[in-house]
Design a protein around this ligand. Structure first.
Ligand code: ADP
Length: 464
């Protein structure tokens, strides 16, 4: 059922309650109104001792009795003969002999339960005394009626107020619902450039504005993913095309005989080979990223000496640094005894290499790269209340640094910083590293300043 219909149903129900209540009061007032009793007669009478009266008077009395309403009980008394000639009151039998004062007493004794009335019938030449009675509970008193009317008035006023409030609320709700419907349809159609809410929309916050805000966040995220995808496609096509065009250019030159000298051919083949290797690397890292499956990695972690792995990595950086003309300073300050933690050696090593390769790529010749490791005990990690012992590993460089606006996105897939324009790459490396660190339950963070350098810190918890 649509919210609109549900709302209408609810409003009708709310309105129906006072309406039904009003109808009830009106009916109640009508049923208990004295008019109702006094107007309609029953049209029949029983056990009427008409022989005590002349025929014409008996007929006249009978007519009067027939006019009495159903709920009015009556006694016709003949004072001259002290006889009851008609009775619809069960306590007094028709034909019984009774004095006038006894009749009077009877009325007095029952006056708390009934209203009594003595009438001398005009049509019977004042000879017959008519005693009528009606149950007090049946007769609505003036006060009661007035109270009902006041309640009725109050209900009518309240109904109008409720109606006004319902109209007001439904107008706002329907307006917002229509907006949500319209905006979500636009979103589903892929119109990501249209804002769902304005920036100053936070004033009237309700469930619907919360939905709109969530939709707006979703729109921004989708837009960001779309932009990143576009950036990635542009980047990857550019990065893959560069080595391909070099390979194509040199191979065509050799085939066409443009390069004919043996030495030049050998040099060109070396270049083709290096570009083909680069291409292979790029395709590999793409495939690796696609293949990376968190659950599989988690299931295959093995207790391995992290201290040994870091020392091995430090040796690798010293050698590689010399080849790439970087000054690598290693400060490994770990306990002599091995510390083992569950890890996937290949993936962890690849991550460290990745961070070190970035440090080389984003520093100039003779740039300084520091590899530093030490232990800290009983340290509280973010999102964890219990203290941990940790190994802190830092890879620090004095290269180009990362722009402040790039820092929050640096670990996101396909994100490339503004400082990376001249470098080949796809913005995959750091997101893979982050993924691997997360899978191990380790923490990676970065501090960086433009033109000063970057420092990547990894925190590895261990049990002593
Ligand atoms: P890329 O292939 O673009 O290097 P990465 O995922 O390895 O992809 O890095 C993402 C971005 O982080 C890079 O584009 C670069 O802007 C920035 N970056 C990473 N490491 C460094 C570093 N050591 N110094 C400066 N910038 C870095």
């Amino acid at each position: 059922m649509k919210i609109k219909s549900q709302f209408i149903l609810l409003s009708s129900t709310v309105l129906l309650i006072p309406i039904l209540f009003s109808i009830f009061i009106l009916l109640h007032t009508y049923i208990h109104s004295p008019n109702r009793y006094l107007l309609s007669g029953t049209g029949k009478i029983e056990s009427f001792e008409r022989s005590f009266l002349p025929e014409n008077q008996a007929e006249a009395l009978e007519k009067s009795l027939k006019l009495l309403a159903k709920d009015i009980e009556a006694v016709a008394y003949l004072p001259s003969d002290r006889i009851i000639i008609y009775s619809s009151i069960p306590e007094i039998k028709s034909g019984s002999i009774i004095s006038q004062s006894e009749l009077w007493n009877f009325a007095e004794q029952n006056s708390d339960k009934y209203f009594f009335q003595f009438v001398r019938t005009a049509s019977t030449d004042y000879k017959v005394l008519l005693l009528t009675r009606i149950n007090r509970s049946l007769v609505s008193t003036e006060k009661k009626t007035q109270l009902y009317l006041k309640i009725l008035l109050l209900i009518i006023i309240l109904t109008f107020i409720a109606l006004f409030i319902i109209c007001f609320i439904s107008r706002t709700v329907f307006k917002s619902l229509n907006k949500v419907e319209h905006k979500s349809v636009r979103l589903a159609e892929g119109k990501l450039d249209e804002k769902i809410i304005e920036d100053n929309y936070s004033k009237n916050s309700n469930e619907i504005t919360m939905i709109l805000k969530s939709l707006e966040k979703m729109r921004c995220d989708l837009l960001e993913v779309q932009n990143r995808k576009n950036r990635f496609i542009m980047g990857i096509s550019h990065d893959l095309r560069t080595p391909v065009s070099v390979i194509k250019g040199y191979s065509e030159a050799i085939i066409d005989g443009v390069i004919s000298d043996n030495e030049d051919i050998a040099e060109s083949m070396r270049l083709i080979d290096s570009k083909a290797n680069l291409l292979e690397d790029m395709i590999d890292s793409l495939l690796n990223f696609i293949k990376l499956n968190d659950t599989e990695i988690k299931q295959n972690l093995e207790y391995t000496s992290i201290t040994e792995l870091i020392k091995e990595f430090a040796r690798y950086t010293e050698i590689t640094g010399t080849i790439f003309k970087r000054k690598v300073i290693t400060k490994i300050n770990l306990p002599p005894k091995d510390i083992s933690v569950p890890l996937n050696k290949q993936l962890v090593y690849r991550s460290l290499e990745n961070l070190f390769n970035n440090a080389i790529r984003y520093t100039k010749d003779d740039g300084i790269i520091e590899i530093e490791a030490h232990t800290e005990y009983n340290k509280k990690l973010i999102n964890d209340t219990s203290p941990h012992n940790i190994i802190v590993l830092r890879i620090k460089d004095n290269g180009s640094g990362i722009n402040q606006q790039d820092l929050p996105n640096i670990f996101e897939m396909f994100y490339r910083g503004t400082n990376s324009r001249r470098e080949e790459g796809m913005g995959i490396g750091l997101s893979v590293v982050k993924n691997i660190m997360d899978t191990h339950g380790w923490k990676i963070s970065v501090e960086s300043k433009k033109s000063i350098g970057s420092c990547f810190t990894i925190e590895i918890p261990f049990k002593s």
